[in-house]
Design a protein around this ligand. Sequence first.
Ligand code: KG4
Ligand code: ZN
Length: 333
Amino acid sequence: SGLMPVLALETSCDETAVAIYDGERGLLSHTLHSQIRLHAQYGGVVPELASRDHVRRVNGLIRIALEQAGLGAADLSGVAYTAGPGLIGALMVGASVAAGLALAQGLPLVAVHHMEGHLLAPMLEPERPVFPFLALLVSGGHTLLVSVEGIGRYRVLGESLDDAVGEAFDKTAKLLGLPYPGGPHLARLAEAGQPGRYRFPRPMTDRPGLDFSFSGLKTAVATALPVDADDQQRADIARSFEDAVTETLAIKCDRALEATGYRGLVVAGGVGANRRLRARLADLATRRGVGLYFPRPEFCTDNAAMIAYAGWARLADARPADGRLFTTARWPL
Ligand code: KG4
Ligand code: ZN
């Protein structure tokens, strides 16, 4: 299971990414092209434009990834791709190219769930969590608390009933007049804000359970925001919003750790790059005496390194599961 380089493609949304991982040498290369500038003028991702740009970029990125790794296509042991969830047209670009490469080289094809990639991303860091652990997955499309018992053994303990956390960040950022994608912009604005100036709800923390709801928080911001808000008020609101989200996530993580007795907490997905969230969860982990594991910030947001790791782990585990070629916009973990 060592020298088994797996090349992976990630094209589920607005990043075209290629990476190569093997068990012996670790991550051999990773490349990425972000479409943020392409979509910014529309205030969100335009699916048709995303698909077309993936087509333009993907072959060049594969060439770069192979070059960086010092490998030819014939040296590969498998090809992995993100099969879903995501934008269907965008997913089909990665799936088709992966299938073509696998067919040409006679290699196994591994379909990877995008959120499995996110939750295994900390495995790319020097200090890795051991199974079983709790994973908080916070991205633009998903908010999940997952019990991770092993590769392919995932149990969803809680999820958002409406907006994902990243979506709440992006919508709130839009209200505050910030560009897309708003999460990192809102976090920067919050740095200048004073804590405690606004009191936003901690949704669903007053009742038992591990599910989330973030759409009301966005509404609370819309209500609190004066039409003629000055920069300081906007920063104060950003800070209080961030604190409300962070506190809500921490409360649910605390509960899930209590319920499972697990000794490790993984935080991944785009919002996992948020500094205040990281600090709050570090407090929680210290207080509980559990290990806290984050991917480096560039592997919190979408990337192919995490898909390469997941694909490699599936092959190494002889749990490649799905050699079928398929894509799916919706796919429970
Ligand atoms: O995982 P990801 O790159 O893509 C999805 O699979 O959705 O997550 C993107 C989300 C966006 O909503 C973005 O605003 C948010 O992650 N995000 C952040 C930060 N960096 C990215 N939200 C808050 N603070 C950040 N520093
Ligand atoms: Zn993602």
